[in-house]
Design a protein around this ligand. Structure first.
Ligand code: CP
Length: 304
């Protein structure tokens, strides 16, 4: 599963379902529509937001969940191959939700699995369910998810969340601004594909000019775990230019929204947590509803 695989109609449907589940969730009026479903969480990499939001969504839909604690206690730790393990797990569940450090691991799993596989992150490649939350949050917090100036700030070369959200932002006709050290800009093949597929408007900008016109900032860290070469990481780690501070935001629009996938390092200082721009904690208010929407669509659950 890749962000490019979602059509606009499918995204619209997910967002409608998210709205539906969010209001039900707030009113505690949920129906147990997944009560005969067992869902496997196979997280080969750490996660707080994605894994717990899915686990909570499964609970609120009345489904069963296995593997919540990661793969630590499984035969993967004895050296079982990814695909052999998947050929077992798919006998015990209706859906596999997976994160893996290797690019394309979820696709390889999907090729041998008899049940659907949701990609929740594969190496530096993709995290395609994340923009479904982020675009929904933009709509809730800005009033629309289209025709916005959105600055993608940080390590666009390595961060899979950037490689994913760029497709969804372009599909909803936003102006995308790349703000990164030139060496850490978006991979060319992604930019070319996004431009081709959505006729996307993409600009490359420096932080001051982007922060002045941005309606939304989406900021990612320069994260050590994403670099193969530690020396390359050290080169960029201390570049304060790509950190947000109150000073850097002096000329920002009053209604700027700042999103970050989290966890954060130095790119989003805690001094911004109480500012009106802060959306990076607020957006996770919608995470469980977003995951319920994805589960409903993928499992074909009946809302009636
Ligand atoms: N945003 C995100 O994917 O967070 P986790 O790594 O905690 O799941």
């Amino acid at each position: 599963m890749h962000a490019r695989d979602f059509s606009r109609d499918e995204c619209d449907h997910i967002f409608e379902l998210t709205e539906f589940f969010y209001s039900q969730y707030k009113r505690k009026e949920l129906k147990q529509i997944a009560r005969d479903k067992m869902i496997a969480l196979l997280f080969f990499e750490p996660s707080t937001r994605t894994s717990f939001a899915f686990e909570s969504a499964i609970f609120h839909l009345g489904g069963g969940c296995m593997g919540e604690q990661g793969v630590e206690g499984t035969s993967y730790k004895k050296g079982e191959s990814l695909t052999d393990g998947i050929r077992m797990v798919d006998k015990f569940c209706d859906l596999i939700i997976m994160r893996h450090p290797e690019v394309d691991a979820p696709r390889k799993a999907a090729e041998v699995a008899d049940v659907p596989v949701i990609n929740c992150g594969d190496g530096n490649n993709q995290h395609p369910t994340q923009p479904l939350l982020e675009l929904f949050a933009i709509k809730k917090l800005k009033g629309r998810m289209t025709d916005l100036n959105v600055a993608l700030i940080g390590d666009l070369k390595h961060m899979r969340v950037d490689h994913s959200i760029v497709y969804t932002l372009a599909m909803y006709k936003n102006h995308i601004m790349y703000v990164s050290p030139p060496e850490l800009t978006m991979p060319e093949e992604i930019t070319n594909e996004v431009k081709r597929a959505y006729n996307a408007e993409i600009s490359v900008m420096e932080p001051p000019e982007a922060l002045e016109i941005a309606d939304v900032v989406y900021i990612t860290p320069v994260a050590k775990r994403r670099f193969e070469d530690p020396a390359e990481y050290e080169k960029f780690a201390s570049l304060g230019t790509y950190h947000l501070t109150k000073k850097a935001l002096e000329k920002a629009k009053k209604d700027l929204l700042i999103l970050a996938p989290l966890p954060r390092y130095e790119e989003v200082p805690t001094e911004l947590d109480e500012s009106p721009y802060q959306g990076y904690f607020k957006m996770y208010e919608y995470a469980v509803a977003s995951k319920m929407a994805i589960l409903t669509a993928v499992l074909g659950l009946d809302l009636a």
